[in-house]
Design a protein around this ligand. Structure first.
Ligand code: NAD
Length: 331
């Protein structure tokens, strides 16, 4: 059984990763597209055999409610647009997959969760790593206390953006910046590696290229404190490439490097290698989510999980604005 997915926004991630992954999925297929570009529509229709009746523009998007071929709309738009299209998708009676970061503010995330609940549809956030086997092993280490209590976590996620130009990721109004783009991977890593929610956060930011990164952060470091006192030291950047996650516990250590790349995830530990058959991450993610919907089970990464991150991102913004002081995350 396969659910029909409509990709909303045919930019880099839809074109290079999601559409190819949908050629490998067992429980999902590329049923439709939503795009503002008739040229792109024609090209995609030809490449993926998409019938005219399953092609929508942003103006005709709401009519998707009358299309039984489409079970899920997958929002792959600039971050600031996730909220509007998630809510419109929910009102059209379609399940929603929404890319990370879920939205620009926690209030927006809550509206998205409510819209999906009120319209009886599921909401999954595109955090592909939580579907990835090395990552799931780290979650089990935390759950099973394999290396004893975790004391310190270190992670960095970034890429060197050499020609940023005039891109939405440079704009505050679009929810751009390093923290929103790659910082959520470091944040996710600390949360899933610890298996607990942090109680406080402090953050620092700077910009090396103020001509391009005038509105948003180019480099952000932040620290999380967990209930038992454990600390995470986390980095993100659009100025230097980095991709590592290290966990130090009382009885050993483990390190995954890279930890959030599309492939080549690789791990070692004081007990030996951490090695799994990785497969296609995006195919795995969409299959997990579609199968959960087909079987009426809980999603692995629901809207509430996206909200947890954006609450912390808001506290990071507050900490930076207040000189890097610790912000309480409880209550
Ligand atoms: P992109 O800029 O390449 O694509 C965005 C698409 O939105 C483009 O096709 C653009 O034409 C369209 N669009 C529609 N209205 C627009 C408007 N008003 N302004 C700008 N663009 C508009 O971006 P992308 O890299 O594909 O990222 C899209 C989303 O996917 C983001 O939320 C991003 O964080 C997420 N993403 C996730 C991963 C992952 O690994 N999970 C990887 C890359 C991107």
């Amino acid at each position: 059984d396969k659910l029909g997915i409509a990709l909303v926004g045919l930019g880099y991630y839809s074109t290079d990763l999601l559409a190819p992954a949908l050629q490998e999925t067992q429980h999902a297929y590329l049923a439709g597209i939503v795009t503002g570009s008739p040229d792109k529509a024609r090209k995609w229709q030809e490449q993926y055999q998409i019938p005219e009746k399953n092609v929508y523009s942003y103006e005709t998007f709401d009519q998707i409610k009358d299309n039984p071929d489409i079970d899920v709309v997958y929002i792959v738009l600039p971050n600031s647009m996730h909220k509007e299209y998630t809510i419109r998708g929910a009102k059209a009676g379609k399940h929603v997959f929404c890319e990370k970061p879920m939205a620009v503010t926690a209030a927006d995330c809550r509206e998205m969760i409510d819209a999906c609940k009120n319209n009886g549809v599921k909401l999954a956030i595109g955090y592909r790593m939580q579907h990835e086997p090395h990552t799931q092993q780290l979650m089990r280490f935390a759950e099973e206390n394999t290396f004893g209590p975790i004391r310190m976590i270190t992670a960095g996620a970034g890429w060197r953006w050499d020609n940023p130009g005039d891109h939405w990721k440079n704009k505050k109004s679009y929810g751009g910046g390093a923290m929103m783009d790659m910082g959520v991977y470091s944040l996710q890593a600390a949360r899933y590696a610890m298996g607990e929610e942090p109680v406080a956060v402090a953050a620092q930011q700077y910009t090396r290229r103020p001509d391009v990164f005038s509105e948003v952060d180019e480099f952000t470091s932040f620290q999380l404190q967990f209930p038992g006192g454990a600390l995470a030291n986390l980095h993100t950047s659009l100025g230097v490439g980095m991709n590592y996650l290290q966990v130090n516990a009382d009885n050993g250590w483990y390190r995954v490097d890279p930890f959030s790349a599309y492939n080549g995830i690789s791990g070692e530990s004081s007990n030996g290698p951490i090695a799994f058959e990785a497969g296609n991450q995006q195919a795995r993610q969409m299959d997990d989510d579609c199968l959960a919907i087909i079987n009426g089970q809980d999603l692995m990464v629901p809207g509430e999980e996206g909200l947890r991150d954006i609450r912390i991102v808001e506290a990071i913004r507050q900490s930076v604005a207040e000189g890097g002081r610790w912000i309480d995350l409880q209550g």
